[in-house]
Design a protein around this ligand. Sequence first.
Ligand SMILES: Cc1cc2nc3c(=O)[nH]c(=O)nc-3n(C[C@H](O)[C@H](O)[C@H](O)COP(=O)(O)OP(=O)(O)OC[C@H]3O[C@@H](n4cnc5c(N)ncnc54)[C@H](O)[C@@H]3O)c2cc1C
Length: 624
Amino acid sequence: MPTSSKKAIAPKKTISKKTTAKKAVVKRAAKKAPVTTKHVHEHTATVLTRALHEKKVLSDRRQPLGHLLLEQKLRDAGFKGVVTTDKKILDKYSTDESIFCIRPQVVIQPKHQRDVEVAVQLIATETKRFASLSLTPRAAGTGLGGGSLTDSVVIDVSRFMHDIGGVKKQNGVATFTCEPGAMWRDVERMLKHHDLYLPPYPASKDICSIGGAVANNSAGPDSLRYGHCADWVASLDVVLQDGKTYTIAPLSYKELKVLLKKDNAHATMAREVFSMLETNEKVIANAKPKTTKNSAGYAVWDVLSTSLANFKKGHGTFDLTRIISGSQGTIGVIVSVTMRAEPIAHDTDLIVVPVFDLLDAGAVIEKALEFNPINIELFDGLTFDLALKNPQFFKDRLGMLTYYKVMLSMYTTYHVRYARRTPEFTLLITLNRDDAKLETDRAVTKLRSHHGKYARKVASPIEREMFWQIRRASYTLSKFQDPEKRPAAFLEDMVVPTKNLSKFFAAIKKLLNKYNVIAAVHGHGGNGHLHFYPLLDFTNKTTPALVMKMTEDFFNAAIELDGNLCGEHNDGIIRTPHLDKMFTKTILDLFKRLEHACDPDDIFNPGKKVNPRFDVKASIRHTN
Ligand SMILES: Cc1cc2nc3c(=O)[nH]c(=O)nc-3n(C[C@H](O)[C@H](O)[C@H](O)COP(=O)(O)OP(=O)(O)OC[C@H]3O[C@@H](n4cnc5c(N)ncnc54)[C@H](O)[C@@H]3O)c2cc1C
């Protein structure tokens, strides 16, 4: 059951950018004062009364007025897609894969770009009368931080906007264009016909969309070498604050100067960012998190590809897609994505290193990084145990014959090769024979003499498949520990420098013991990036308080080890209030200034990235 709206949302307490008039409306809603005709035009009141009865939402007092009028207004403005307040649908959109439950008041599903423009224009106008109206984009809804949840209007781009264009090749670079709701798996299939793939693929590639992945600046195993989604974006079509679509792509200094003279939303954003860089270049450069992965904050430090002085001399580019990728829908709604793709590497070798002493893991990873691997992934002993105890889990994923072969390989590994000892960690290291710094057999020898005593090259395709099956299933497997509980995503995205990884493992273990909770650990070892989901019972009333305490302790442990809180899952509801642990006040103020320039009426996904407005504890779900 979703949390009741009263409990789930605390009215905007912190920084509100809205006008005094809007605040008065918020106050009325917060006090739950009945809305009277005094506040509205007479015609509006008639529509409202009819809508209240027709939609049977009298009990919903979260300033429903603007929301109830929305459907009619959208239709009048020419919106062709779906607009719904159906209870079951609102329930469905109240959750994503995070620990939160927040009920929207309206869900709209645009048919095309024009519908998105209509919706943005309308909300931008109406929010001046009804302050709580806002627009939160949503695609496949697999986000782990609550990024797509809202108490206002959800704009779901996944239902109709999922067209995929073909591959274009120019100067040896392959690109494709798709709508934001296109599923990653469908794009992957299309690219495979061209022997191409999208390197920052997340583990959720079978269930997430391209638009959501770009908006979260997602990443995955191969990001060790190839970076995040933002690194693969060529251009984005985005509906900005004025309800118009702009194609945003890297610009030369000459092109930027032309843009800066214009009077539109794209130019406003460019002016703000450029002026920030002109006055704070060093501060911004120094604020870039030192870890090898990050999706926290707005990546202003990546906008210029060279120094400001060099850029002004005509070198490099100014690229606002670097900010929009990872902005979680707080700056505009992405309506089209163009990305580069990479040839699939066929000549790869897998080295597996079972590590029986926790403290060896970091050292092995540091050594393996010297070989220029494509990825270094890991899963812990608990994950391996869960795979051994739940063979049926793999049955649905694999064909019958492969299933038996993979299971045989798994049990032989455990009983024979490991003599029934479960390694603390299993490390998977992929080398491309074409560009690895060391030939695979020599790399194995080096690892053996450097804390990786049991390192070996895995030649059998079935055994390779077995290790990757376990790694890819890590999150889902963790659900088998206790079906009555939920693997909770709130600590799952911390990154530390690899040299501190062993210390971080130890700190996590200690804290898990302190709170008496279990969590299987897996992640992107080469980046020092660990995912773990403590098993918690959300039907227990004490869980929200526990979540709050654990968050502080674990986040502080990462920061103490020069880490960051958010490698790839983005800030959402859970991490936005903690960004002051990572960034100085000056930088946080710059983020706010940037967001305000791009979204002066706070219509785009308020409460995420800047100006946290959700009461985290009260918004936590009460179901597992
Ligand atoms: C089992 C599992 C494994 C996962 N593994 C990974 C992983 O390896 N790496 C990783 O990075 N993430 C991972 N995730 C998290 C999540 O799947 C990814 O971040 C994914 O890319 C989100 O895509 P989505 O389509 O579900 O987006 P959603 O959750 O729908 O949206 C994500 C964010 O983008 C915004 N948004 C959506 N569409 C638009 C748009 N058109 N314009 C502007 N903003 C928009 C939303 O408001 C929201 O803030 C995992 C999740 C699960 C459940």
